[in-house]
Design a protein around this ligand. Structure first.
Ligand code: GLY
Length: 342
């Protein structure tokens, strides 16, 4: 097992445990991190199929399968369920699942009684390297995704990599796009080993460590945390504009190659670094080109209204000082660079 700490001010730092079978550490982890908790509300989806033993009195609250669960009505249902059971602020919510579960369990925990501790058991690669780490929680509105939510850090995260054995291939690809992203956000680990050379569990743990460093530096996304959006500006635009048969991680992969090409066009990186992006993305079996029929006008329109954009077209871009957020990128360059990923 590998333990990574997310270092936060005050007493809010928390451990993330990565390894096969670490779900069995839930009871001990709860006893160590939240010794006062007497009850655990386990929030999961039927499709997750991972049983947990919190070691204290618990009740399972199932939310609907799929992204449909990310609705305010789910938060109301959960909180009403917690209230009728008698969950208190001294107890704990345990989210067991992928990013949808960590988002709704985290938001219900942040809201119920104005804040109950939450622990995540992350069962998808995407949740293990991204969604479960860093305290972003929230739900969608008909007007857009993740428009309502809260920053609510967990007290413990368990990333049981054995749960990935049965994860559908396409769900794996969702997470691999994020793993590819971390190749460009962090250098070698403390022993000087590059992400490429780590075995699977160590690679997941290193991704967590890179994310933890970014979150610790900018917990509420005042600036630097937006580098975690590397590859996502075009990625989100691809997801928003088309009915393409692309998973989130696949769209992010195209977005990573595009961001590298944009960095080259702006003179921030050289061709070797772009080739490295293409090699990493291809190495995970992910696409580096736009899907057939992608419409540049539509992509431009969505990128221009990216909710992270503060001043014109805004991208996380690689450069001599690593990945940084760059605002006010020239629209002509943004548009012409789309040709490099066609
Ligand atoms: N998923 C991006 C973040 O946690 O900031």
């Amino acid at each position: 097992m590998i333990e990574v700490r997310v270092p936060l001010p005050g007493d809010r730092s928390y451990p993330v445990v990565v390894g096969r079978g670490c779900v069995d550490r839930l009871a001990d982890g709860l006893a160590a991190e939240l010794p006062r908790a007497k009850r655990a509300a386990v929030v999961t989806q039927a499709g997750v199929g991972v049983a947990v033993d919190p070691g204290i009195e618990h009740r399972v609250f199932e939310v609907p399968d799929g992204e449909a669960a990310k609705a305010l009505s789910t938060i109301e249902d959960l909180c009403r369920g917690f209230a009728s059971w008698g969950l208190t602020r001294g107890d704990v919510v345990v989210g067991v699942g992928g990013g949808v579960v960590t988002d709704v369990a985290g938001f219900a925990a942040a809201s119920y009684h104005r804040g109950v501790p939450v622990v995540h058991v992350a069962t998808t690669l995407l949740a293990q390297v991204d969604a479960a780490i860093g305290g972003k929680t929230g739900v969608n509105l008909p007007e857009g995704k993740n428009l309502v939510g809260a920053f609510w850090q967990p007290s413990l995260v368990l990333c049981d990599t054995a749960t990935l054995d049965t994860l559908p291939e396409r769900e794996m690809r969702c997470g691999l796009g994020e793993v590819a992203k971390y190749h460009f956000l962090g250098g070698p680990d403390g022993d000087g080993v590059a992400l490429d050379d780590l075995d699977f569990d160590a690679r997941v743990a290193r991704c967590v460590e890179i994310k933890a460093e970014v979150v610790a530096a900018d917990e509420r996304e005042a600036g630097r945390r937006a580098v975690l959006n590397y590859g996502h500006t075009l990625g989100h635009a691809i997801e928003t504009t088309g009915r393409y048969d692309l998973r989130h991680g696949e769209a992010v992969a195209v977005g990573l190659v595009y961001a590298a090409e944009l960095g080259l066009a702006l003179g921030r990186i050289d061709g070797d670094r772009v080739a490295e992006h293409r090699r990493v993305v291809a190495g995970y079996g992910l696409p580096g080109r736009l899907p057939d029929g992608a419409d540049p006008d539509g992509l431009m329109a969505v990128m221009a209204r990216d909710k992270k954009a503060l001043d014109g077209l805004t991208f996380a871009l690689d450069g001599p000082a690593g990945v940084e957020v760059v605002a006010g990128v020239d629209a002509d360059v943004v548009r012409s660079t789309l040709e490099a990923v066609r």
